[in-house]
Design a protein around this ligand. Structure first.
Ligand code: IMP
Ligand code: MG
Length: 185
């Protein structure tokens, strides 16, 4: 357990994550039964969620990914988003479900939603694994929300601190998460 000195309390265990993801996937399967679903994952943070969620959705869906980088410190977003990798597919007329790891200020997601909306999808909804309670700077309608968590910096299950800890199978609070440079999503 080489991570132990940095990683604090476990907020979401593997079992909690998998149970909740199965519930969300069941709802998504029902809601999109008659629609052609395109999952759009936000790299890198959402890649593990995408993988687990998609395998629980019993529909012939398609995948796409975007990679974005938010300017600011490692633990805080500025709301200015740079697109590192755009969509591969045209989304006009498609039913798009944007899959995000965590909503902190909400600024990254707001930016992405506005951006995707300009491409005229038939529908656009959000699935986010976590939302930090009470600190969003903007109101965002999240159709599929996994967990509301306390407003602390967390790592694991796709989420990083300076690119590390994404491979932890659980979500834990990061001890002493100090400022750094250029957080990517
Ligand atoms: P927002 O724009 O403030 O909502 O921040 C969203 C992005 O910042 C997410 O997609 C994450 O990549 C990153 N982020 C926010 N909070 C955390 C955290 O607690 N741990 C790791 N990454 C985070
Ligand atoms: Mg990140």
């Amino acid at each position: 357990m080489a991570y132990r000195p940095d990683v604090g309390e476990i907020l979401l265990t593997e079992e909690m994550l998998q149970d909740r993801i199965a519930e969300l996937a069941k709802r998504i399967t029902e809601d999109y039964r008659d629609r052609d679903l395109l999952l759009v994952g936000v790299l890198k943070g959402a890649f593990i969620l995408m993988s687990d969620l998609a395998r629980q959705i019993a529909l012939p869906l398609e995948f796409d990914f975007m990679a974005v980088s938010s300017y600011g410190s490692a633990t805080r977003t500025s709301g200015v988003v740079r697109i590192l990798k755009d969509l591969d597919f045209e989304i006009s007329g498609r039913h798009v479900l944007l899959v995000e790891d965590i909503i902190d200020s909400g600024l990254t997601l707001l930016y992405l939603l506005k951006y995707l909306q300009t491409r005229k999808p038939a529908s656009l909804e959000v699935c986010a694994l976590m939302r930090k309670a009470g600190i969003q700077k903007v109101a965002i309608d999240v159709r599929y929300e996994g967990f509301e968590i306390p407003p602390e910096f967390v790592v694991g299950y796709g989420l990083d601190f300076e690119q590390r800890y994404r491979n932890l199978p659980y979500v834990a609070v990061m001890r002493d998460a100090g400022p750094g440079e250029g957080a990517d999503a």
